[in-house]
Structures are given as C-alpha cells and as structure tokens.
Design a binder for this molecule. Structure first.
Ligand SMILES: [Zn+2]
Length: 484
C-alpha cells in the first residue's frame, strides 16, 4: 500500500469514526486513554526517551537566571525531569556524563505564537490573489481531516525540537471536529512536547459560527487526561471584537459567547490584532476591557504608543513574529517601540509554512538587524535582550516562568545545547550572545531537552523519525489537495 493509499484509507476511517459507527479504536503505545482518534501515527514517533539522570560537563552556561547569570565553564545536572544543580565542577554520582566542551547551554526557546497544524503547507502560497496566504490556507485547511491535523502538527513539532524550541503556544484555528482537535493534542502528547493548545475557530466556516464550546468545556473538565503530565495546558484562540460584513451583529454576539466561556473556564486568551484592522481590534479590546494578565495580543501591527501602554496596563503581552509579519505584508516589526512602551513581549514563528521555517535564531536576528537599521545605530538593541525575550520573557508571557525559561535549580529540565564546532560558529569571544543571535542556526543545536527527556541528541531527533515525518506530511498534503 502506497503512502497515498494509506493516508486515504485513514481518512476513510476517520469519517467512519466521526460518524460514530465504530467504537474507540486501538490506541498507540504511550497514548493517553483520553485520545479517541484512530491514527497509529505510521510509526513516526517511536518510544519517548526516559527522563534519565545526566550531567553536562564543562559548557558555557547562559542560565538566563538573574542571580546565576552566565557561567563560563560549568555543569548542569538534570534528574527526574528537573534541573537538580548548575555550577562549576558539580559532584554528581550515577548520572550519565555528557561532554559540554565547545558548547553553549541555555534554556530552550519559548515560542508564543504558532499555528502548528498548517506546517505541512510550506511552499504553497503563491503569486496570485487566489494563491495568497489567507485565501489558500482557508481553501486547503477546510479539506483537512483529523489525520492531516496530526501530520501537520507533528511536522511543526519536529522542526521546533530541531530548532531548539521547547515550548509553543499553538493557536489551532482548524477545529472542524473534536477529532481534529484531539489529533493535534495527541501529536503534542506523543512527542513529549511542551505547549499551550489554544482552541480556535475552524477554517472556511461562516464568521458567525462559534467554536465548539461543548467540546472546549469537555476538554477543560477532563484536562488531567489530556495534559500529558502537565506538559500541555489549554487556552483559547479568540477572534476578538471585530465585526464587519453583513452579519456584524451575529459575529460580535458569537465573539462575546466565546469570550465569556474563556473567562468562565479561566482560560488565557490569544487574539490576533493584525494587518489593516489591527488598530481597530486593539481599540475594541481596550475600550471594552476585554484583556487581562496572561492574555496575548498577536502582532499588534502599527500599534500606537497609547495602545501599547493600554495593553501593558491591562497586563496583556504581545507576540511578535517578524518573518510572517514581513512575508504577508503587515510591515516592519520594530522591537524598540514595543520594549519602550513597557508591554511584555514574546517572540514567535507564527507559521513555518508562511514564514519559511522555524529558525528561532533568525527570528531574533531579524529583530536586531531591523532595529539597528531603522535607528542607524549599531547598539540599538543588545542580542542578549533578544535571548531573554526568547527564553525567560517568553515563559513570563505564557505564565510558566516558575517552571521553565531559565536554568535554575528546581525548574523543569527544558534546555538546549548549541555546538560551536561548526563552520558558521567557532566561539572566540567571552560573551556568546552575539554569536548565538547573529551566527546561530538550528543545525547548531546539538541537543534539545524537554522535561528531562533528550529529544534531540548529536544533532538528530531521538523520538521522531525525520524521514517519516517529512514523507507523511507530504503525502497528507497531496491527499488533501486531491480531495479539494
Ligand atoms: Zn497567527
């Protein structure tokens, strides 16, 4: 059976299961009983590595912990999923020793906005209005079944781990059925990834259609079964308070319903304020007092200083995703304006399919260079500040800085190791922040650890079959397009 036929068979099965004809299918090894979807993952994800006891020796450690700072020749001990100790010449017995020489160790990168499900659409956005991003994403997205959501999310997670990203705020706006949603949650769970799953709208439905609030409530009530031992939490990918069109009133009524559900369930909100209507969206959110601490406003395109102050006063954060903002024509992202306003800032990939890839080093570099270019000042922003935004500040945006975001004893073991033994690297300076931001690339990430599990080692993913994840995503998108 070819991959295409296999995908088609699974799509057929998905329909059968969605119709409730069959009962719950066999779950793959390692799945939580909560997941009702039938896909066996085509063997893409192998058994997750154990949370072993290991110590990285003699690395340059950027803890991003205000008290500990940088440690030039130090060790990091990770035990039972947590950071047990950090410092020079640690006395550790019984742990695996990992050579950290010629390497920089730092907290994993934290992405504050990404639509993981669409990762398999890369390269499909073209040169005509019909093939432009929003048009085409909707046309393709509404033909996705649950399996396609699974394969797209897996591809995104695989690239994230490769790039040193250990946590993503996943804005899922293709929730056509509970199976679609659970397929994404299962991909996050099976890969041992850390994420916030933001329940958003479906693609291609009428604008007044609400998200499936009954399913959202079900997930919230039963979250212990979905949370992947605390690695996943739940949010809402909200539409915000923009009406428009013939049925503006109905759209706003639905928006209000979704908002009330989020607040009743205590779920953090992520909301786009982007493109030509960004200011209008921010005004509506601010004047209606819709935002509170823990909420995230995505892009905040062309935000005025007053609007940024308003967001800061409400306790909301902004998520900046410079590559997609450039690619889709929202304009130039000037990080200095956001930082000056005092609003909390996190960074993001948004869409690897639109932005090109999930190179988080390039996200930081893009912002640094734009700011220097605009201000005609080489010193406009220190790359260390961008590394803070990518780690500890990202954790603050997501409200998880008590658990991750710095290499501090007691926090969870989410760390990355970047090798300097590469032609584009070679550490010749004491402070490696310029080196990381200006020269670093995902290929230099030799190790990615999430919750103490080593998910990339020696430059290779340990639990995800790289070839299979690529082939299955490609087969999935071919099948989707043939169904359109
Ligand atoms: Zn987005």
């Amino acid at each position: 059976m070819s991959f295409n036929q296999e995908i088609h068979r699974r799509s057929m099965l998905a329909g059968v299961f969605a119709a409730g004809v069959c009962g719950k299918a066999a779950l793959s090894a390692g799945s939580s009983p909560a997941f009702a979807s039938q896909n066996d993952g085509a063997g893409i994800v192998t058994k997750l590595p154990e949370k072993t006891d290991f110590v990285i020796r003699n690395a340059y450690v950027m803890t991003m912990d205000q008290v500990l700072g940088d440690l030039g020749d130090a060790d990091v001990h990770v035990r039972s999923g947590a950071i047990a100790a950090v410092g020079p010449r640690l006395t550790v017995s019984g742990a695996e020793e990992i050579d950290g020489r010629d390497s920089i160790v730092l907290p994993g990168f934290i992405d504050t906005h990404w639509h993981l499900w669409g990762s398999s659409m890369r390269g499909l956005f073209g040169d005509t209005p019909e093939t432009s991003y929003f048009q085409r994403r909707t046309a393709i997205g509404k033909a996705y079944d649950a399996n396609d959501m699974y394969f797209g999310t897996l591809l995104g997670v695989a690239e994230a781990i490769h790039s040193g990203i250990t946590c993503v705020s996943d804005f899922c706006h293709n929730t056509a059925s509970p199976l679609h949603v659970e397929a994404c949650l299962r991909a996050l769970h099976e890969t041992g990834f850390r994420a916030r799953y933001n329940y958003g709208q479906a693609q291609g439905v009428p604008p007044e259609a609400s998200i499936n609030l009954a399913h959202l409530e079900h997930l919230h009530k039963n979250w212990a079964q979905y949370s992947s031992e605390g690695l996943l939490d739940l949010g809402i990918g909200w539409r915000g308070m923009l009406g428009g069109g013939n049925n503006a009133e109905a759209v706003l009524k639905t928006a209000r319903l979704e908002y009330d559900a989020a607040r009743r369930l205590g779920l953090p909100i992520s909301v786009h304020a982007s493109g030509s209507r960004a200011r209008e969206q921010m005004d509506a959110l601010l004047s209606g007092n819709f935002l509170q601490s823990g909420d995230i406003v995505i892009h905040a395109t062309d935000a005025t200083p007053e609007q940024l102050r308003g967001l800061a006063e409400a306790g909301a954060a902004v998520s900046l995703t410079p590559f997609t903002e450039l690619r889709v024509g929202y304009g130039l992202t000037f990080i200095g304006d956001f930082l000056k306003s005092g609003v909390r800032v996190g960074l993001g990939v948004d869409s690897s399919a639109l932005g090109g890839n999930a190179d988080y080093f390039a996200v930081m570099k893009n912002l640094q260079y734009l700011e220097s270019g605009r201000t005609k000042n080489e010193l406009a922003i220190a790359p260390r500040k961008l590394l803070e935004l990518a780690t500890i500040e990202g954790a603050r945006v997501l409200g998880i800085d008590n658990r991750v975001g710095s290499i501090s004893p007691g926090k969870r073991g989410d760390i990355i190791m970047v090798s300097t033994m590469a032609l584009n690297m070679g550490r010749f300076a004491d402070d490696p922040s310029h080196l990381l931001v200006e020269a670093g690339q995902p290929a230099n990430v030799s190790m990615t650890v999430i919750d103490g599990r080593i998910l990339k080692r020696g430059g290779k993913l340990t639990a995800i079959d790289e070839e299979k994840v690529i082939r299955s995503a490609a087969a999935s998108i071919r099948a989707v397009r043939s169904r359109m």
